[in-house]
Design a binder for this molecule. Structure first.
Ligand code: FMN
Length: 351
């Protein structure tokens, strides 16, 4: 690990997890240029490691997962790192406090996190302003959308529709999030009928079909539910599916588990999803326990389109992106390929 991140981590890990998180976001948002100078900038040769995710071109096949920059405050920093895409949010229509604290915990020995944040965020108007005044440095910007806790389940489509209208003109992609375990009843919206109601409502919006749209799913669905999810995705012409959110492990405490403890479950769901979505136009973004080059590579050659990380970024810092870059460049050499897209065009022949 680079010494600047090691130092940063030593200080941050001495504090309560959420306090450290908030201070870090504040620092990164106030000094984005200095922070990216310290932690390492993206100086990737254009298009060398870019990948296609639906109609979007990501400059690098790994993006920042939702939840780290909930209010879109530190886009200028993240856009200068290697991340090919930055997903902000979850944003809800109205600001909300989230669950009582403490609600974010490090499981250090297991390189994992437990959180029960509950979509704490400053609401869609503030996130909108932050996005408009940010410098994305040509990186893809996703907005992850969630319903307010006070919104009844039957009114959820209306929340998603408000958010869709707000962000569809300024985001590069949008994500319907119905998979956080920390908002009561939210994951029930993953049943096919509820999903249809949400997407029927979104279909009425002007920009529907023009901005790439994803559905983010839970790893706790049964694999048999995936066929229905793929069907809804295809029926509504979604761009793709993001798999997965955090998992519940009651023995570790109430909330969602991310990081190494989630890896196997998430990986299994992704493999099943890739199998079941073969032949559809859906792009699959993989997230959950990805913490090294090999994880990204395995997912890409299995047919995945791009990956996202959260927890491994906390534990390893920007170094993880450097390691993935290094691994991908070695593969380009090994297969004598000009760039990642050319290499993945023959993914069946890769190992
Ligand atoms: C503290 C914390 C907060 C999160 N908040 C959100 C969120 O608001 N919306 C969301 O879709 N996912 C959220 N996630 C889930 C991540 O985006 C990701 O799906 C999950 O952590 C698995 O990836 P990882 O193992 O790389 O962390 C959160 C994760 C953590 C650890």
């Amino acid at each position: 690990m680079s010494w600047p991140y090691q130092l940063f981590k030593n200080v941050a890990f001495g504090l309560d997890a959420e306090k450290a998180h908030n201070l870090s976001i504040k620092f990164l948002s106030m000094f984005p240029n200095m922070a990216s100078e310290i932690f390492g900038r993206d100086n990737l040769e254009k298009d060398l490691l870019s990948c296609q995710v639906g109609p979007m071109k990501w400059s690098f096949p790994v993006g920042l997962a939702a939840g780290l920059d909930k209010n879109a405050e530190a886009i200028d920093f993240f856009a200068q790192t290697l991340f090919g895409a930055i997903e902000v949010g979850t944003v809800t229509p109205l600001a909300q406090e989230g669950n009582p604290k403490p609600r974010m915990f490090r499981l250090k020995d297991e390189l994992s996190l437990l959180n029960r944040m509950g979509f704490n965020n400053h609401g869609m108007d503030e996130a909108y302003q932050n996005i408009v005044s940010s410098n994305r440095n040509s990186k893809m910007l996703g907005v992850n959308l969630g319903k307010n806790k006070v919104t009844a389940e039957e009114d959820a489509p209306n929340d998603y529709s408000k958010l869709f209208k707000k962000f569809s003109r300024i985001a590069d992609y949008l994500v319907v999030n119905v998979s956080s375990p920390n908002t009561p009843g939210l994951r029930d919206l993953q049943n096919i009928e509820s999903l249809k109601l949400i997407f029927e409502e979104l279909k009425k919006c002007d920009q529907f079909g023009e901005v790439p749209l994803f559905l983010k799913i839970s790893p706790d669905l049964s694999v048999d539910d995936l066929d229905g999810i793929v069907q809804v995705g295809s029926d509504f012409n979604l761009t793709g599916i993001i798999a997965t959110n955090t998992t519940i492990m009651p023995e570790k405490g109430q909330g969602g588990i991310s990081g190494v403890l989630l890896k196997e479950k998430s990986k299994m769901m992704r493999s099943e999803l890739l199998k079941r979505s073969r032949g559809s136009d859906l792009s699959i973004i993989g997230v959950g326990g990805i913490d090294c080059f090999q994880d990204v590579w395995d997912f890409l050659i299995e047919g995945g389109d791009a990956a996202q990380i959260y927890t491994s970024f906390i534990y390893q810092g920007p170094e993880i992106l450097k390691n993935i870059e290094k691994g991908l460049k070695q593969k380009l050499n090994q297969y004598q390929a000009k760039n990642l897209q050319e290499m993945l065009a023959n993914r069946d022949q890769l190992k």
